[in-house]
Design a protein around this ligand. Sequence first.
Ligand SMILES: *[C@@H]1O[C@H](CO)[C@@H](O)[C@H](O)[C@H]1NC(C)=O
Ligand SMILES: *[C@@H]1O[C@H](CO)[C@@H](O)[C@H](O)[C@H]1NC(C)=O
Ligand SMILES: *[C@@H]1O[C@H](CO)[C@@H](O)[C@H](O)[C@H]1NC(C)=O
Ligand SMILES: *[C@@H]1O[C@H](CO)[C@@H](O)[C@H](O)[C@H]1NC(C)=O
Ligand SMILES: *[C@@H]1O[C@H](CO)[C@@H](O)[C@H](O)[C@H]1NC(C)=O
Ligand SMILES: *[C@@H]1O[C@H](CO)[C@@H](O)[C@H](O)[C@H]1NC(C)=O
Ligand SMILES: *[C@@H]1O[C@H](CO)[C@@H](O)[C@H](O)[C@H]1NC(C)=O
Ligand SMILES: *[C@@H]1O[C@H](CO)[C@@H](O)[C@H](O)[C@H]1NC(C)=O
Ligand SMILES: *[C@@H]1O[C@H](CO)[C@@H](O)[C@H](O)[C@H]1NC(C)=O
Ligand SMILES: *[C@@H]1O[C@H](CO)[C@@H](O)[C@H](O)[C@H]1NC(C)=O
Length: 409
Amino acid sequence: MARVTVIPVLLILSFFQHMTLFSTVLAREQEDIKDALRLHNVLWATKDDTRVILSWNNNLTKEETKKYTVKYILIYKFFNTTKERKERLQEKEKIIHLKLHSGFNAKVKTQLFAKETEDIIKESDWTEFTYKAPPVYIQNLSCIIYNISFFNCTWHIKAEAPEDIQIFTSYRHVGKVFACQQYIKNARKKNIGCYMKEIHFQPSRKINLNITVKNLRNSSRELSYYKAFTPQAIEKLNPPINVSVSLENRSIKIRWKPPPTIGSARKKCFLYQVKITDHKIANVTAENYKYPFHKPAKRCAAQVRVKKEICIANKIWSEWSEPVFIHDEKTVDILMLSLALFCPLVFLGGLLIYACRRYRCLEVLTTPVPHPSNNIKTWLADESHHQQHMSMQMEMLRGYSGNTRREQR
Ligand SMILES: *[C@@H]1O[C@H](CO)[C@@H](O)[C@H](O)[C@H]1NC(C)=O
Ligand SMILES: *[C@@H]1O[C@H](CO)[C@@H](O)[C@H](O)[C@H]1NC(C)=O
Ligand SMILES: *[C@@H]1O[C@H](CO)[C@@H](O)[C@H](O)[C@H]1NC(C)=O
Ligand SMILES: *[C@@H]1O[C@H](CO)[C@@H](O)[C@H](O)[C@H]1NC(C)=O
Ligand SMILES: *[C@@H]1O[C@H](CO)[C@@H](O)[C@H](O)[C@H]1NC(C)=O
Ligand SMILES: *[C@@H]1O[C@H](CO)[C@@H](O)[C@H](O)[C@H]1NC(C)=O
Ligand SMILES: *[C@@H]1O[C@H](CO)[C@@H](O)[C@H](O)[C@H]1NC(C)=O
Ligand SMILES: *[C@@H]1O[C@H](CO)[C@@H](O)[C@H](O)[C@H]1NC(C)=O
Ligand SMILES: *[C@@H]1O[C@H](CO)[C@@H](O)[C@H](O)[C@H]1NC(C)=O
Ligand SMILES: *[C@@H]1O[C@H](CO)[C@@H](O)[C@H](O)[C@H]1NC(C)=O
């Protein structure tokens, strides 16, 4: 028993020995790389109107630069965000659009590769850099293009913004600058949005929005923020047009046409959703949808909406089209006809059952008929009895007033 336990322990021990040996070798090699190279990066940033240019350099000699392929790994993250952006670059600079971020943390390391084999030869340590921008007083900026030529932007003013500011906006598109046509104001008369119309958008060219926060007391204090949009990506389409419903081959068929759009109108660009009362929403890429017909229990409506998805990533759905009711002359006719037939049938059936009960014809029909003459006699007797009863009633009716009628019932 003792041997059996000793052997695994020895094995594990030797395994760990190997592991530690292996990792120390690795660590030494890593150190060797840095020692041998004595690589050192320097980072700096310059800002122009709309962007920050992050640049770096290293102290490689000319010979080293010639001898190896030099690449850089850049990782950066905007303040107060969680997403880290990682890039492998050969250039020694990166243009960063701050948009509404108040700064970023970045780090760069240099890697040397053998030109022939592409094997990594050496790499440097990370060099870190923090860029802090002037304060940003607005957030939640969002812009939308709708009905082809309308353009809305809205934003929120941060609580920490000074009281005596006002916000102005303009945009540049295809080389021209346009001022906001009509501001949307909040209760404190601050501009919190802009509404523009009759704009001709070039779908593939960017809209460069300029939001400027001005200090009303001191005109020399102003801050501008910039954000670019691709028109097609912020377009909210109108609902699909010419939506129609028909009944075909025991299924409901809904057809429609795509709405006009500023961008590509190729069929494959559009994604549709079809909503039929009490049914799950269905995704459709064609311009029609066939729904297996299970006799609609009540009047149901069909609606369609659309967005672009395949040609361009767009998250904005159109409004739903006006509901189109599923009703067809034929179905209605058939329904009315069957109702018209069904009601009298039920009524007649009821009458028949009543009459049968009354005249016990069911008994006649169900009981075996050993002595037909007897049965007929009883039936005739019953009939004559009934006739007697009837004539008595008639007399009573003639003789007495209305309250006798109540007794009859
Ligand atoms: C690069 O800079 C580091 C740190 O300043 C220094 O130790 C090293 O000698 C320099 N290497 C070259 C090739 O100049
Ligand atoms: C955003 O990040 C900056 C820098 O990291 C920090 O000083 C600031 O407090 C953060 N703000 C919020 C609202 O988290
Ligand atoms: C506005 O943006 C902030 C941070 O950027 C976020 O926490 C907040 O939920 C947003 N508010 C709305 C209404 O979208
Ligand atoms: C959409 O645009 C057309 C033409 O520009 C205009 O006649 C129509 O009123 C607009 N519809 C809406 C809902 O703004
Ligand atoms: C755009 O702004 C105008 C004016 O405030 C508003 O009436 C309209 O509903 C907005 N449209 C969209 C799609 O946000
Ligand atoms: C943005 O707008 C402000 C205010 O109109 C202006 O001073 C600034 O030059 C504009 N920025 C650019 C890049 O055009
Ligand atoms: C306006 O702002 C500038 C820059 O911040 C400052 O130098 C100047 O003194 C201010 N002027 C007034 C009247 O406050
Ligand atoms: C939509 O319907 C109207 C009227 O029926 C018709 O004139 C128009 O051509 C149709 N549009 C499309 C794209 O089919
Ligand atoms: C109806 O369905 C049958 C079989 O499912 C098919 O043969 C026929 O072509 C269809 N008719 C139409 C008008 O779609
Ligand atoms: C329909 O498409 C949307 C957008 O692409 C997607 O989010 C959703 O999950 C899809 N629904 C179904 C039922 O496939």
